[in-house]
Design a protein around this ligand. Structure first.
Ligand SMILES: CC(=O)SCCNC(=O)CCNC(=O)[C@H](O)C(C)(C)COP(=O)(O)OP(=O)(O)OC[C@H]1O[C@@H](n2cnc3c(N)ncnc32)[C@H](O)[C@@H]1OP(=O)(O)O
Ligand SMILES: O=C(O)CCC(=O)C(=O)O
Length: 405
């Protein structure tokens, strides 16, 4: 089966007027993801995750924030020296010591951030915009003078007046050679329309590639990230399983699968997504909800009779993309909503065959049993019910005409 046969393309996109995407992924699981309360990755874990991200084709890995601790710094340095195809980035405040730490780590890119919103200037820094922008410029100059590629990141950009962002970015890009300017929706206030507007406005006024960093406080991080890409953002920030501060970040698996289904971008090795998700669940002690897109336990789990009957003929009837595209597995469940065709298919798949009357009797038992127990039926229970039905049907069964369904 070819790659494009593994999913249904959103053909409505053919009618939408959007800027052709020119994107790369910067995965920030090892930095913003680790800022999830209670999450601390070990060096071995961070190296394992970085290696997977690299082998999937993720262009940039944000490996950490070196000044957080000596151990963090050592890990960032080790990741930067693995010789990955992915470029390695780390975070830095607009502080010389932070840039020195980045330099010590041999990273390719340093992300120097300041907030320029009134809220952050007043309550966090207690300093003026001019002061903070001055600090940013000094740090950027120091970093570029020492040969680092720089991302100038505007924290809380979504609550910063657009003219202020434009002015700051223009000044910085005219005075220094920065590789990226970054827009962070730090508190997750944006929606797709406002994200598109913000990115379009910045796109019109700068010559530097734009990054978008979205948080999921309103459940819109992935949608906002894609809206930003349509408006011209180059670098899309993600985390595996969407972990990160508060409600987390745009999730890597959602963004990569959406890039494929919506925009036909197939270059990332999405087959690794399920294993990578399990790795992060284990390392972070956070299991994605069962209905989490792409990697949740229910992504390829089906119970409804009408769905399962169709899936047995052609899975794409009810699956946007097939499990093999993301390294997942389909699971057909017997429960209250099971129909006859589905039950027959599931029974056949475990190597059993029932007569029509047996199947009808079994489905009755399944419905009663699931309504009594308020849950679906396990494989063992199903086999026990089959045995029961066969025994009950035996005496009269031999005399009756038997149909195969
Ligand atoms: C939106 C984001 O995700 S931003 C990244 C958030 N990540 C983290 O905070 C990582 C974990 N943090 C830490 O380990 C620590 O807070 C450290 C190592 C970064 C700093 O620790 P400390 O030196 O003890 O400082 P503390 O956390 O108390 O305060 C932060 C200081 O950085 C300053 N600061 C914050 N952001 C910036 C910035 N972008 N540029 C310059 N200074 C900044 C604050 O104003 C404050 O300065 P002050 O001490 O003069 O008041
Ligand atoms: O924009 C960035 O690259 C980082 C900023 C960030 O982590 C945030 O504001 O949430």
């Amino acid at each position: 089966m070819s790659e494009s046969e593994q999913y249904s393309r959103n053909t409505l996109m053919d009618f939408i007027d959007y800027r052709p995407l020119d994107i790369e992924i910067c995965d920030v699981t090892l930095r913003d993801g680790e800022q999830t309360p209670g999450v601390v990755f070990t060096k071995e874990q961070k190296l394992a995750v970085a290696s997977e991200l690299d082998s999937m084709g993720v262009e940039v890995i944000e490996a950490g924030f070196p000044v957080v601790s000596a151990c963090e710094k050592e890990i960032v340095k080790e990741i930067a020296n693995q010789g990955y195809d992915s470029r390695i980035c780390c975070l830095s405040r607009a502080v010389k010591g932070d840039v020195d730490a980045a330099l010590d780590c041999d990273v390719d890119i340093v992300s120097i951030f300041i907030a320029m919103s009134d809220m952050h200037l007043k309550y966090k820094y207690h300093r003026t915009l001019e002061d903070m922008l001055g600090c940013a410029k000094e740090a950027i100059e120091y970093a570029t003078d020492h040969g680092l590629n720089v991302r100038f990141a505007a924290e809380d950009a979504s609550r910063t007046p657009i003219d202020r962002l434009k002015q700051a970015f223009k000044e910085v890009e005219s005075e220094y050679k920065v590789q990226y300017v970054s827009l962070a929706d730090t508190i997750g206030i944006l929606n797709p329309t406002t994200t598109h507007y913000l990115v379009s406005e910045i796109f019109k006024s700068v010559n530097t590639s734009i990054c978008i960093h979205c948080h999921d406080d309103l459940g819109m991080a992935t949608a906002n990230t894609l809206a930003a890409a349509e408006a011209g953002a180059k670098q899309l920030h993600t985390t595996v399983n969407g972990i990160g501060e508060r409600a987390g970040n745009a999730s890597l698996e959602e963004v990569l699968v959406a890039l494929r289904v919506q925009y036909g971008i197939e270059r990332y090795d999405t087959k690794k997504l399920t294993a990578l998700s399990k790795m992060i669940s284990e390392y972070s002690n956070i299991t994605p909800s069962v209905n989490k897109a792409v990697v949740g336990q229910n992504t390829f789990t089906h119970e409804s009779g009408i769905h399962v009957a169709a899936i047995l003929e052609e899975p794409r009837t009810y699956e946007l993309f097939l499990p093999e595209m993301v390294g997942g597995k389909r699971n057909l469940v017997v429960g209250k909503h099971t129909g006859t065709k589905a039950l027959k298919g599931i029974i056949n798949s475990i190597g059993l065959c029932l007569e029509r009357e047996e199947l009808c009797a079994l489905i009755e038992k399944v419905k009663v049993c699931t309504e009594e127990k308020h849950k679906s039926i396990s494989r063992d229970q199903l086999e026990r019910l089959i045995t029961q039905v066969r025994q009950e049907q035996k005496p009269s069964g031999s005399e009756k005409e038997k149909f195969s369904i």
